[in-house]
Write a protein that binds this ligand. Structure first.
Ligand code: ADP
Ligand code: ADP
Ligand code: MG
Length: 648
C-alpha cells in the first residue's frame, strides 16, 4: 500500500514458504535452525546489502528485541524499524526495567528486584513479600523461567529450577521475586513514539487468557475497564516510553489485581516489549490504524500520523492464536503436514494473518503457530459470535490443532460474561475440555456414512474397469442371498476402536454401534458429503490424508481412521520400545545404556519447539540400549530406547 518493495529472508526449511512467495524478492540466509539463519546477524545484513534494502523490519520474534542487531544495522547504514538500542537495553532485563519505572513513578509489582542472588536471602525476601510469590528470570520471555511458589517449603526447589531453565534458555540465571497477584489480569498498553518528541498510546489489550504464562486469546478494549483507569494506564505507559527515549511501536505490560474489579489504583508494570506484538491486530481493528504503516513512517523520520485526541476506540476485537498443539495433552506442540487447510472467509469483520498454505509442514524448527484469527464487531457480544463462527469455519487436517479447545473456551458462559483472569483456563477445565457424547456419536455416525459411501464409490470405480460392471461380486454392498446387506467398519476414534454395523434398507442404512443407533443416507461428491442423519440433512466436508480422515461440520470436527480388520499384524509388543512423541532433538541422556531404572525415571530429554520433553521408564527395568546421542535429530514416532522391564 505504501509502494515499498519488499525482500524476504528465508532458511532452507522455508524455501517454499508463503512469505517468500509474497515478497518481491527473497534471499536465502542459511540452514533451518534459527541460530544459523533467522538469528544470524551477518547473513541478514549481507542479504540487505545484496538487494539494496534501505530498512529492515525485524518482525515479532528472533532479533526484534536484540540491541546488537539494531546497532549492527546502524553501523551498516540500514534503518532498523524499531526503537534505539539504548531503549531495548533499558527494558531488556526485567529487574532494571522495574527500577527504572519506579524512578519514573510508574507503579510496579511489589517484590525484590535487586542484585543479591543468594538462595537464603531470596527465600527471606519471598517470606517478606508473602506467599504466593512468583520467581521470574530477569532475562525471561515467552513465559519461560517463571515459577509460582505457594509456600516456603517449595521455594528452594522452584528457585533452582527457574534458574536452570533461565540459564538454558537465555544464558543468564538471574531472577527477581514478585508478589503473585490475587486475581491477575494481564492488561497491556500499545504505545508509539516518533523522533519529534511525540508519544501516544493506542489503548489497551486484555491478554488474560493464558496457558503456561503465554497468551491464547487477546481482546480490546479490556472488558469492564473504567475510563479513568484507561486514562491513567495510558499516561503511565506513555511516561514509561518517554523515560527511555523510545521510538516506534512498543507495549507496556501491566498486571491488574482484579479481585475487587478493575480499579485505577491496582495495576502494576511488569515489563515492556520493545517491538510490535503478535496481538497488535486487535488494536488495529478497534482504532482503524495500520500499526506497521505507523512503524515504517516513524522509521522514515515522519511524525506520528495522529495525536492522542485524534484517536478513539470503535467496537470490539478478539484475536485467537491457532497453534499446532495438543490441548488435551498439556498443550504439547505438534508437527505435521497441513494436508487440508481452509481458513474462514475474510471480510471487514474477519481477518486471518498466517504464514502457511495447504501442503506446508509445521516443522520442529520454529514456533508451531499456524495463524492468528482476528474478528471485529460493534460490541463484545457480536464480536464473540463472529469468533465462534470463524473458529468453526477454520478447517485443518494433518496435524493436531487447538481450534476445538479455543472454540470450547470462548463459548463458555464465563468467557461470555468476561470473567477474565490468568487462571481462567485452569478454573474452567471441566467446561473447556468437556466431551459431549451425543455430539461425538453424531460425528461418528457421519464418519461411518462417509466410509460406506467411499467403499461404494471405490467398488463402482473398480467395477467400471471390468467386463461385467453390474456383477454383484463387485458391488461391495454387502449383498447377501435372502438377507439385508450388512457391512462392518472398525473406526479408530480418539484412540478407541469402535465397530459399526450397517444394514441397507433401500437408499438408507441402519447404523449400529456401542455409541447407539442411527439411520444414515447421503451422497459423496469429492470432499462434500451431503448427509442425512435420522432425517437431519447437512453438508459436511471430509478429507482423506496420510493420517486418516478429517470430517468438518458446524458442530465440530472429527479426525478418525479406519482399522483394516484383515491386516493381521498380530499383537504389538507394548513393552519393548519407547518412541519420540514428536520430531525433535535429543538434548540430554539421563542414564547410560545398561542402567537399571525405576518406573517414571527420566531416560532422556528431547527438545522440540521451545519445549522440553522427558522420556521416562514405563516400568521398573533395564535400559538395554539408547539409539540416539545428544544433538541427534529424531523423527516423531522413532524408537529411542530398547527397554527391558523386570519380569512379573
Ligand atoms: P508475545 O508476548 O508477543 O507472544 P513471544 O516472546 O512469545 O511474544 O514471541 C513472539 C513471537 O515471536 C512468537 O509467537 C513467535 O511467533 C515468534 N518467535 C519467537 N521466538 C521464536 C523462535 N525461536 N522460532 C520461531 N518463532 C519465534
Ligand atoms: P514474559 O517475558 O515471559 O512475557 P511477563 O513478566 O510478561 O513475562 O509475565 C508473563 C505472564 O505471567 C503475565 O502475562 C501474567 O500472566 C503472569 N504474571 C507475571 N507477573 C505476575 C504477577 N506478579 N502475578 C501474577 N501473574 C503474573
Ligand atoms: Mg510478557
Amino acid at each position: 500500500a505504501m509502494g515499498i518493495r519488499t525482500v524476504a529472508v528465508y532458511s532452507d526449511a522455508d524455501a517454499g514458504a508463503m512469505h517468500v512467495a509474497m515478497a518481491d524478492e527473497a534471499v536465502l540466509i542459511g540452514p533451518s535452525p534459527a541460530a544459523e539463519s533467522y538469528l544470524n546477524i551477518a547473513a541478514i545484513l549481507a542479504a540487505a546489502k545484496r538487494t539494496g534494502a534501505s530498512a529492515i523490519h525485524p518482525g515479532y520474534g528472533f532479533l526484534s528485541e536484540n540491541p546488537l542487531f539494531a546497532e549492527a544495522c546502524a553501523d551498516a547504514g540500514i534503518i532498523f524499524v524499531g526503537p534505539p538500542a539504548s531503549a531495548m537495553r533499558a527494558m531488556g532485563a526485567k529487574d532494571a526495567a522495574k527500577r527504572l519505572m519506579e524512578q519514573a513513578n510508574v507503579p510496579v509489582v511489589p517484590g525484590y528486584h535487586g542484585d543479591n542472588q543468594d538462595a537464603d536471602f531470596l527465600a527471606a525476601q519471598a517470606e517478606k513479600i508473602g506467599f504466593p510469590i512468583l520467581i521470574k528470570a530477569v532475562a525471561g520471555g515467552g513465559g519461560r523461567g517463571m515459577r509460582r511458589v505457594d509456600n516456603a517449603g517449595e521455594f528452594a526447589a522452584a528457585l533452582a529450577s527457574a534458574m536452570r531453565e533461565s540459564k538454558a534458555a537465555f544464558g543468564d540465571d538471574k531472577v527477581l521475586i514478585e508478589r503473585y497477584m490475587a486475581k491477575p489480569r494481564h492488561i497491556e498498553i500499545q504505545v508509539f513514539a516518533d523522533n519529534h518528541g511525540n508519544a501516544v498510546h493506542l489503548y489497551e489489550r486484555d491478554c488474560s487468557i493464558q496457558r503456561r504464562h503465554q497468551k491464547v486469546i487477546e481482546e480490546a478494549p479490556a472488558p469492564g475497564m473504567p475510563s479513568a483507569m484507561r486514562e491513567k494506564m495510558g499516561a503511565a505507559a506513555v511516561q514509561a516510553a518517554k523515560a527511555i527515549g523510545y521510538r516506534g511501536a512498543g507495549t507496556v505490560e501491566f498486571i491488574a489485581d482484579a479481585s475487587k474489579g478493575l480499579r485505577d489504583d491496582s495495576f502494576y508494570f511488569i515489563e515492556m516489549n520493545t517491538r510490535l506484538q503478535v496481538e497488535h491486530p486487535v488494536t488495529e481493528m478497534i482504532t482503524g490504524q495500520d500499526l506497521v504503516e505507523w512503524q515504517l513512517r516513524v522509521a522514515a523520520g515522519a511524525p506520528l500520523p495522529l495525536a492522542q485526541d485524534q484517536l478513539e476506540i470503535r467496537g470490539h476485537a478478539f484475536e485467537a492464536r491457532i497453534y499446532a498443539e495438543d490441548a488435551d495433552h498439556d498443550f504439547l506442540p505438534a508437527t505435521g503436514t497441513l494436508a487440508f487447510l481452509q481458513p474462514p472467509e475474510e471480510s471487514d469483520h474477519v481477518r486471518v494473518d498466517t504464514g502457511v498454505l495447504q501442503g506446508d509442514s509445521i516443522s520442529v524448527h520454529y514456533d508451531p503457530m499456524i495463524a492468528k484469527l482476528i474478528v471485529w464487531d460493534e460490541d463484545r457480544e457480536r464480536a464473540l459470535t463472529r469468533l465462534a463462527r470463524a473458529l468453526r469455519d477454520y478447517r485443518i487436517a494433518g496435524t493436531v490443532t487447538n481450534i476445538e479447545f479455543l472454540y470450547n473456551l470462548i463459548t463458555t458462559p464465563a468467557f461470555r460474561a468476561a470473567e477474565l483472569d490468568t487462571g481462567f483456563i485452569e478454573r474452567h477445565r471441566d467446561a473447556i475440555f468437556r466431551r459431549n457424547p451425543d455430539a461425538d456419536a453424531k460425528l461418528a455416525a457421519l464418519a461411518a456414512l462417509y466410509l460406506l459411501l467411499r467403499r461404494a464409490r471405490a467398488a463402482g470405480e473398480f467395477a467400471a474397469t471390468t467386463t461385467d460392471p453390474w456383477s454383484p461380486w463387485y458391488s461391495a454392498h454387502g449383498w447377501r442371498c435372502n438377507d439385508a446387506p450388512v457391512q462392518q467398519f472398525h473406526l479408530l476414534l480418539d484412540g478407541r476402536e469402535i465397530l459399526f454395523t450397517t444394514t441397507a434398507d433401500g437408499d438408507r442404512h441402519h447404523l449400529h454401534s456401542d455409541l447407539g443407533r442411527a439411520v444414515i443416507a447421503g451422497t459423496l461428491n469429492g470432499s462434500e458429503l451431503h448427509a442425512s442423519l435420522d432425517g437431519h440433512r447437512q453438508l459436511v466436508t471430509v478429507t482423506a490424508h496420510d493420517g486418516g480422515y478429517s470430517l468438518f461440520t458446524r458442530d465440530g470436527a472429527l479426525h478418525f481412521n479406519e482399522v483394516q480388520t484383515d491386516a493381521g499384524a498380530g499383537e504389538e509388543d507394548a513393552t519393548g520400545g519407547l518412541t519420540a512423541p514428536m520430531n525433535g532433538t535429543v538434548t540430554a541422556l539421563r542414564v547410560a545404556p545398561g542402567a537399571r531404572v525405576a518406573k517414571g525415571d527420566p531416560i532422556l530429554i528431547m527438545e522440540a519447539m521451545k519445549m522440553e520433553h522427558s522420556i521416562r521408564a514405563p516400568a521398573d527395568g533395564v535400559v538395554a540400549e539408547i539409539f540416539y546421542g545428544v544433538g541427534d535429530l529424531v523423527d516423531g514416532g522413532a524408537e529411542l530406547v530398547r527397554f527391558e522391564p523386570d519380569a512379573g
